[in-house]
Write a protein that binds this ligand. Structure first.
Ligand code: GDP
Length: 206
């Protein structure tokens, strides 16, 4: 799955621009600056695929990535798509932008049959915040399987990582749609990527 080069196929500003439903989709969500672009680039081992350090508050789109080499015609569809969701929680974002984000994301999460899992990224230094909780509640209500990825573990003491994993698990234990394994990653140190690839392969092939 992760051997071919990956390509960006489209940015989706509203539901009507979504590609036709086809391959299983794996989406990535998280607060602005959580390390989402870096994680996606690390996952596919391709530096410039997702744009890192996006100016927060710029146009909000769902960005679609697929392995290269498929025409997209019936019978030649890629085996999966990765969907980079716009970051949330940028304090200075104007209200219209927050509203647009909310509408797009709610519509997508509730209405996309081929969405198989959402990876919710949480910065190891900050833990789960109120707006993360809101997204988790939305996912529970929409009954979309999600799994938590702790990012930037190189920024905390190594000994603190197992404890943070346990604390995070405890917080999501009672949630309906949470997959009960928390992944710890560092894009900087290229850690946790094999585990994440394996988890995604299980979702896509399972
Ligand atoms: P996004 O806004 O969620 O897409 O976040 P980015 O991937 O653009 O990363 C935001 C900032 O965090 C950038 O300055 C990255 O270099 C930094 N960053 C991302 N991942 C890591 C990581 O694993 N470790 C460290 N130390 N910094 C990271």
């Amino acid at each position: 799955l992760f051997k071919r080069p990956w390509i960006f196929i489209r940015g989706v500003p509203a539901m009507k621009f979504l590609p036709p439903e086809g391959p299983p989709e794996i989406a990535f969500a998280g607060r602005s600056n959580v390390g989402k672009s870096s994680l996606i680039n690390g996952l596919v081992r391709q530096g410039g695929l997702a744009r890192t350090s996006n100016t927060p508050g710029r146009t909000q789109e769902l960005n679609y990535f697929v392995p290269d080499g498929y025409s997209g015609e019936a019978g030649d569809l890629p085996p999966m798509a990765l969907v980079d969701m716009p970051g949330y929680g940028y304090a200075q974002a104007p209200k219209e932008q927050v509203d647009a984000w909310t509408k797009l994301v709610f519509d997508y999460l509730r209405g996309r049959v081929t969405l198989k899992r959402v990876y919710l990224l949480i910065d190891s230094r900050h833990g789960i915040k109120k707006n993360d909780e809101e997204v988790l509640t939305l996912l529970d209500k929409a009954a979309i399987s999600y799994q938590i990825i702790l990012t930037k573990t190189d920024k905390i003491k190594a000994a603190g990582v197992p404890r943070l994993i346990d604390e995070t698990l405890l917080k999501i234990k009672k949630r309906a749609a949470a997959f009960p394994v928390v992944l710890a990653t560092s894009s900087e140190k290229n850690e946790g990527m094999d585990e994440l690839r394996a988890a995604i392969a299980l979702v896509v092939n399972g």
